[in-house]
Design a protein around this ligand. Structure first.
Ligand code: AVJ
Length: 312
């Protein structure tokens, strides 16, 4: 019998089995986003204490005329991620690009949001690409000769440790080419209290989001993790300038995933996410190291979030 191999599922399995066996157990943050995880993240963006989505959306709206003035006519907007229902239309409305190319690993979600945008923007060429944007892929035919604007909102870059973040930015540069522009959202350093409140909300939604990773492992990788033996924790790592999310064992636990046994002592943790926060110099240096020269920077009045336009 030939088993049907789902490459996504095998990648998830590899990451989980390797991650849980590592000296500092960790699972990459990208695996949060199954159906349930995506719904929970959507709920997070509406929490009063989770400022990034509200602040970035407002900021984009406010400075969009200035941004649009920097974008050449007839450009192709290439979004890394499927696009948000609110932020993407703000950009498309103002820039009126010749083509919009969203890139996302989840084909279903991508096609659905592409259909909505085609309805909303008559005549816009929407050319979705189902791909992992951290890996090499090709732009759709006809996009190559157009001036290009990369769009990477949401401070998703913050999920990557600096070494991977610079690799990713260089990969974007290779894909879009010399002279391309990149519009990127980056979350700024702020008081530890506000940061912790954003990642450990009183409503407990972020806790559910974090714990859903364990449910997903149980569901998809034939695991028997006692989820009630883990609790959500958000920590500020000052020297690395990032919020870390952990799943901390509240008692000694033993479980299996895909037949492989694991032991976690009470108090030990699974590191499930990094969310880096940037100072002024750090934001600029990261872009420069990734091959992008900052041209313009916009921030909200409170100084919570940045939108930076950079050039390859
Ligand atoms: C989608 C990666 C930007 O890091 O703030 C929200 C994910 N994690 N709450 C972030 C997240 C916990 C979010 N990003």
């Amino acid at each position: 019998m030939l088993a049907i191999v789902d490459p996504q599922l095998e990648a998830f399995r590899n990451d989980v089995l390797a991650g849980l066996s590592a000296p500092i157990p960790a699972v990459p943050a990208r695996w949060f986003y199954d159906q349930r995880g995506s719904e929970l993240f959507d709920d997070i963006t509406r929490l009063p204490s989770y400022y990034p989505t509200q602040v970035e959306t407002r900021l984009l709206q406010d400075v969009m005329p200035e941004i649009a003035a920097c974008i050449p006519e007839g450009a192709a907007v290439v979004e890394f991620g499927a696009g948000s229902q609110t932020k993407t239309p703000i950009l498309l409305e103002a820039v009126a690009p010749a083509a919009y190319v969203p890139i996302d690993i989840s084909g279903d979600y991508l096609e659905q949001s592409a259909a909505e945008l085609r309805d909303q923007f008559e005549g816009l060429k929407v050319l979705p690409v189902t791909a992992d944007f951290t890996r090499p892929f090709h732009l759709p035919e006809g996009v190559e000769p157009l001036p290009k604007l990369g769009f990477f909102p949401g401070s998703t870059i913050g999920n990557f440790v600096p070494r991977s973040a610079t690799d990713l930015l260089r990969h974007f540069r290779d894909l879009l080419g010399t002279g391309a522009l990149l519009l990127i959202g980056m979350d700024r350093v702020k008081s530890v209290k506000r940061l912790i409140d954003a990642y450990d909300d009183p409503e407990g939604v972020t806790a559910q989001f974090n714990l859903n990773l364990l449910h997903r492992i149980n569901r998809e990788l034939d695991g028997d993790i006692p989820v009630d033996a883990f609790r959500h924790e958000a920590r500020w790592n000052d020297i690395l300038s990032r919020i870390e999310m952990h799943l901390v064992a509240t008692r000694d636990v033993r479980f299996t995933v895909s037949g492989q046994p694991f032991d976690f002592a009470a108090g030990s943790s699974i590191h499930s996410e990094n969310s880096h926060k940037y100072g002024e110099r750090g934001a600029r240096l990261l872009l420069l190291a990734g091959g992008w020269t900052p041209l313009r920077e916009w921030s909200d009045e409170a100084g919570d979030f940045w939108i930076i336009l950079a050039e390859a």
